[in-house]
Design a protein around this ligand. Structure first.
Ligand SMILES: Nc1ncnc2c1ncn2[C@@H]1O[C@H](COP(=O)(O)OP(=O)(O)OP(=O)(O)O)[C@@H](O)[C@H]1O
Ligand SMILES: [Mg+2]
Length: 373
């Protein structure tokens, strides 16, 4: 039952357009891997390649070490859940769940037990006799999950399974999926999402995709704390990305000298300082920065400030302030040397002429942009 998934340099093209470009990634048995990336980056294509609905132009796909590249979907030992629950409306819940078992010609005697087990796992045992129209969206998605689990798949493929649910249901289902993972520790999960919170919460590792390519793979903590590219920094959590100059004497932000790890950046080179908004403190400290307050947003537990640092905007999320600064006021903020990451400028943001426009990173806080994270 312990699978694991291996993409070996998989490329997929539609006509002249490459939508998956030499994709190379391994998912360990029992691991939850999130595929995270903007719309159109190739996440669903990668997932459907594992499922067997998309055929690669080059490369191999393995499940549990077995080369499945030429196998039809039903012989791959996968369960799949997609955004739209795709239940049969005329079948009862239990019949929907049994469907995959019958299609795979599971022994007749085994089917009721396997259906009951899957409904139990997803908390839907009490709804076995209902029709899909008698269920809420969240319940329908649980049935879709039960149907995928009933075949006891080696790997579970999930394509934005929560995106049709409202925020509260989503966070409940996220906890359910985490529980499911604990109860089925040998099953690998490949989880497609463009929601960084889902990826950070659920995944053992995250594979960041952009423009048909795999950009970076790491644990959520690695990608959040030590991103290696601007793209990852901006896509996994909100980030201030500030252009700095590396000199023999240190790192310069404009004319302000900063105390941060130089890493591999060579003197003379341009670099980008990645600074998370919540790691900025009010007042003097190490790495003080003076700026003019351009915007103050009260967000309940925090205040978000936009500061103008002489042409550059810095976003800071501070614990709720008793007396927030006034617009136009000049204030000083600071950050600890270990809390900023120096990135080589421009890496991971290369133009790729083969892919559609409109897929640029969304999380960067270089303007008065959004930051959810
Ligand atoms: N059947 C198809 N024919 C032609 N192009 C396709 C087909 N399916 C997908 N594409 C293209 O491949 C690219 C990647 O699509 P894919 O569905 O994998 O993206 P995605 O990362 O899942 O995006 P989203 O977050 O919007 O679901 C897109 O540019 C898309 O238009
Ligand atoms: Mg998709």
């Amino acid at each position: 039952m312990s699978g694991g998934i291996r993409f070996e340099n998989v490329s997929v093209a539609y006509g002249a357009t490459t939508v998956l470009d030499r994709f190379d990634l391994g998912v360990e048995p029992g691991e939850v891997m999130a595929l995270l990336g903007p719309s159109g980056s190739g996440k669903t294509t990668a997932l459907r390649t594992v499922a067997g609905f998309v055929h690669p132009a080059a490369g191999r796909v393995r499940i549990g070490g077995r080369d499945v590249t030429g196998l039809p979907p039903y012989r791959r030992g996968i369960g799949m859940v997609v955004q739209q629950y795709a239940l049969f409306p005329h079948l009862r819940v239990e019949e929907n769940v049994a469907f995959g078992l019958r299609a795979r010609r599971a022994p007749r005697r085994e089917i009721p037990g396997r259906v009951a087990e899957a409904l139990e796992l997803t908390g839907m045992a009490a709804y076995a006799r209902r029709h899909p129209r008698e269920l809420s969206g969240g319940q329908q998605q649980r049935v879709a999950l039960a149907r995928a689990l009933a075949i006891r798949p080696e790997v579970l493929l999930l394509d934005e399974p929560l995106s049709a649910l409202d925020a509260r249901l989503r966070s409940g289902m996220l906890a359910e999926l985490a529980r499911l993972h604990r109860e089925l520790p040998k099953m690998s999960m490949l989880y497609v999402t463009h929601d960084q919170v889902e990826a950070l919460t659920l995944a053992d590792r995250i594979a960041v995709m952009d423009k048909a390519r795999l950009r970076e793979v790491g644990t959520p903590q690695e990608l959040y704390r030590r991103p290696r590219t601007e793209f990852t920094a901006s896509f996994v959590g909100g980030a201030n990305l500030l252009p700095v100059t590396v000199t023999e004497g240190g790192i310069l932000l404009g004319t302000t000298r900063l105390d941060v790890e130089r890493g591999e950046s060579a003197p003379g080179a341009g670099a980008t300082l990645c600074l998370r908004p919540h790691l900025i403190g009010l007042g003097e400290g190490p790495n003080s920065l003076a700026g003019t307050v351009r915007e103050v947003q009260w967000r309940g537990a925090t205040h978000r400030l936009h500061l103008d640092l002489g042409g550059r905007t810095l976003t800071a999320d501070l614990p709720e302030l008793r007396t927030p600064p006034a617009l136009g006021e000049r204030i000083t903020v600071h950050f600890a040397p270990g809390d900023a990451v120096l990135l080589p400028a421009g890496i991971g943001a290369d133009a790729n002429p083969r892919t559609a426009p409109g897929t640029s990173p969304q999380g960067a806080l270089t303007g008065a942009g959004r930051a959810d994270g």
